[in-house]
Design a protein around this ligand. Structure first.
Ligand code: DQA
Length: 152
């Protein structure tokens, strides 16, 4: 059984591809998911890839991950900058957490430069578009000691 990693996506990420492409790129969430799944296969982990616009649903999924997953990769969208509830859930999960953002939140509005999620994150990747998801999966597989296809 390969380790399961939850990949959780927050509000408005369902609009990728049409939403401010100059900031978020032209790839859709389905495109990102396909790239992520391919990277997961190469790195010996299984993904559970989800998106929600609802804060409480993200909290429920983080709680669920505690027993069902070995790690969490999260792009909490705007909730990154506002949600103590998601932070609390991540801290309670006691799992490795990698925070991802498509855009470089540090060269944008001031309010995006603080992340509650970071307080629970093992590592943070931002500004690299969809490649950030691939890098997060590779890093998570390393943290979990998953057996990559190349070394198998
Ligand atoms: C984002 C950055 C957030 O500030 C923003 O609210 C998003 C997307 C990103 O992936 O760059 O919705 O998380």
């Amino acid at each position: 059984m390969l380790p399961v990693v939850y990949v959780l996506n927050g509000p408005n990420l369902n609009l990728l591809g049409v939403r401010e492409p100059e900031i978020y790129g032209s790839e859709t969430l389905a495109d990102l998911r396909a790239r992520a799944e391919a990277e997961a296969e190469r790195n010996g982990v299984t993904l559970d890839f989800r998106q929600s616009n609802i804060e409480g649903e993200l909290v429920n999924w983080v709680q669920e991950a505690r027993s069902k997953a070995k790690g969490i990769i999260i792009n909490a969208g705007a909730y990154t900058h506002t949600s103590v509830a998601i932070l609390d859930a991540l801290q309670a999960a006691e799992l490795p957490v990698i925070e991802v953002h498509l855009s470089n939140i540090f060269r944008r509005d001031q309010f995006r430069q603080h992340s509650y999620v970071s307080l629970a994150a093992t590592g943070v990747i931002c500004g690299l578009g969809g490649t950030g998801y691939e890098l997060a999966i590779k890093a998570m597989a390393g943290i979990l000691g998953a057996k990559s296809q190349k070394s198998a």
